[in-house]
Design a protein around this ligand. Structure first.
Ligand SMILES: [Zn+2]
Length: 224
């Protein structure tokens, strides 16, 4: 099931993890792909929003994690381009394996055997790179290559696991699932400072905000 967040964006609630669908000025964009068994639900969501599978043009990934890249191979037969932060890109393509020397990396290494390398091209993004109306913001901490995406035209922020929503407010990504929590806090402050204002904010977990998204983020940044 998808829920409309605005005229051009929809939220997938994939039992505990979020994905989003965005019509970026006619370029249909999926943001994150849930767990390996969410492929069919992601494809069903396209038709619920009024599109067909072949309409899908691109996939933006906020980061490499089991619950955000899991459904990627469901799109192997479709001509889409996959975008991901440059530090996480070699993990998506299987060119690198997660590091065992970090608690989060070791967990990623453990579950990465359940992930298939996608057939579609993977394009690495640096901080400030743009894809359609989206700008990528490198926000390391949860993973080294984590990025948030903001579209000023759509007034939409895709926050991945930089933060999660809990009880109507944003919280930083917790230690257990992060590479480095000091870096998460720095990234939240830095991103809140640099990004333009946006109304709709979709975190990787929890309920998206349809209004005052960047203000909610600024509220959290002020406490860190
Ligand atoms: Zn996650």
């Amino acid at each position: 099931m998808v829920t409309a967040l605005a005229d051009d964006s929809w939220w997938y609630d994939l039992s505990g993890v979020n994905a989003a669908l965005v019509d970026d000025g006619g370029t249909l964009t999926l943001v994150d792909t849930g767990l390996p068994w969410h492929g069919n639900e992601l494809i069903a969501g396209l038709s619920e929003a009024g599109y067909e599978l072949r309409d899908l043009d691109r996939i933006l990934l906020t980061h490499f994690d089991f619950d955000h890249v899991g459904g990627l191979s469901a799109f192997d037969g479709v001509d889409v381009t996959i975008y991901v932060g440059e530090r996480d890109a070699p993990l998506v393509t299987g060119d690198q394996r997660p590091p065992l020397g970090n608690h989060k990396g070791a967990f990623q290494r453990l579950v990465s055997s359940f992930l298939d390398v996608p057939a579609n091209d993977v394009v690495p993004l640096a901080d400030g790179d743009t894809v359609g109306s989206f700008t990528a913001y490198h926000t390391p901490g949860h993973t080294p290559g984590h990025v948030c995406y903001v579209s000023e035209v759509l007034s939409l922020g895709l926050l991945g696991d930089l933060v999660r929503e809990d009880g109507g407010r944003f919280q930083p990504s917790p230690w257990l699932v992060s590479y480095d929590t000091d870096s998460v806090a720095r990234s939240i402050r830095d991103f809140a400072e640099r990004a333009p204002d946006f109304e709709v904010a979709v975190p990787g977990h929890g309920i998206p905000f349809q209004k005052n998204g960047s203000e909610k983020l600024a509220d959290l940044a002020a406490t860190l």
